[in-house]
Design a binder for this molecule. Structure first.
Ligand code: AFP
Length: 330
């Protein structure tokens, strides 16, 4: 019988090898426990009546599904119990969530990203980024740029996959086993060879992108396969495995100008920076509409949005040459 290495065993070795503390393991155990709990809720959601609208809206004015609220409560529970988190930024909470003033880490998360997939039983994401507090003095709800994250990860729920990137130590994929443990760390490196590359974007929006981005798509789309499922974790899972590029450009040419989104749609701290961090550890790159590295964008508010171009370096660099919008408002 063959036994695979578990994620906790993998992380334990990683921390020991780099002479780090065990605090990070306790935090990771909390995040993994939350993800497994959410996954179980999702799988049994139909039976328990947990799928559907809760009749309220989140801070962005979107409908909140009951699953979103359940996922939020589950995650905050485990983060509180861990005792390791000073504060958290969550998609589901307008305010920064104060957890433990003595905590070591900031956690930026979206516990159920892509929630319009829930009613179809299709994949959603649990995405997170982790940064470490300044241990020398008091903290002031710090919002860190992606480059300062020490780890970022995403669970694609309910598929039982977990992708985790550790600062300067690569991106890794785990799969859930029959005992509900994430096992078998497999390093992810974006393939250089373009034969498996895919493009992923909401094609219905393409005429709302800037003209240079539209032209880039027209000139390049026939070279690659196209995939889009509408949940960033699931779409990016393919991008980081097969190579290519996921893009959610700024909306600047909408027929109804009120629907333009010059800042992009995705949230910087718990969507764009998470996939940018993972992609960078897998050998790729990510930029915003100004061509600036997503990892360098200093958030000014916790729910700030960003345009996103993420994937194989060659493609991201190529489209970067077409990005012309100077300093969109953030
Ligand atoms: P929802 O959580 O509102 O479904 O948004 C999901 C998301 O933020 C991200 O996961 C997707 O990549 C993107 O939005 C899809 O947006 P479109 O529906 O505009 O393509």
């Amino acid at each position: 019988m063959q036994f695979e290495e578990t994620v906790m065993g993998f992380l334990l070795h990683h921390q020991e090898k780099h002479h780090r503390t065990y605090h990070f393991l306790i935090l990771m155990d909390a995040l993994i426990s939350a993800a497994k709990h959410i996954e179980q809720y999702y799988l049994t959601g139909a039976l328990k009546g947990n799928v559907g609208l809760a009749g309220s809206v989140n801070v962005h004015g979107e409908d909140v599904f009951r699953m979103d609220q359940i996922a939020q409560e589950i995650t905050l529970h485990y983060l509180r119990v861990s005792g390791r988190v000073i504060h958290a930024v969550s998609e589901e909470s307008e305010e920064i969530v104060q957890i433990n003033p003595e905590g070591r880490y900031f956690v930026y998360f979206d516990p159920l990203d892509g929630s319009s997939n829930v009613r179809h039983g299709l994949p959603v994401g649990f995405m997170f980024g982790v940064a470490k507090r300044n241990l020398e003095g008091p903290e002031d709800n710090h919002l860190r740029a992606g480059r300062e994250y020490i780890a970022a990860g995403m669970f694609v729920i309910p598929t039982g996959t977990f992708t985790l990137a550790l600062k300067d130590a690569g991106a890794w994929r785990f799969h859930i086993d029959e005992t509900m443990q994430f096992v078998k760390p497999t390093r992810i490196v974006l393939p250089e060879d373009g034969t498996s590359w895919e493009l992923s974007f909401n094609s219905a929006n393409r005429h709302t992108y800037s003209k240079p981005v539209q032209n880039w798509i027209t000139q390049n789309e026939a070279k690659y396969a196209f995939r889009y499922i509408g949940a960033l974790a699931a779409d990016f899972h393919r991008t980081v495995s097969n190579g290519g590029m996921f893009l959610y450009p700024a909306i600047v040419n909408h027929p109804d100008p009120k629907k333009n989104r010059p800042q992009g749609k995705l949230r910087l701290m718990y969507e764009a920076a998470v996939v940018a961090f993972i992609c960078s550890e897998a050998g790729g790159a990510a930029v915003d509409e100004t061509g600036r590295s997503i990892l360098d964008v200093q958030p000014k508010n916790p729910h700030q949005r960003s345009a996103l171009y993420v994937g194989s370096k060659r493609l991201v660099e190529d489209i970067r040459g077409s990005l012309t919008i100077p300093n969109p408002p953030i």
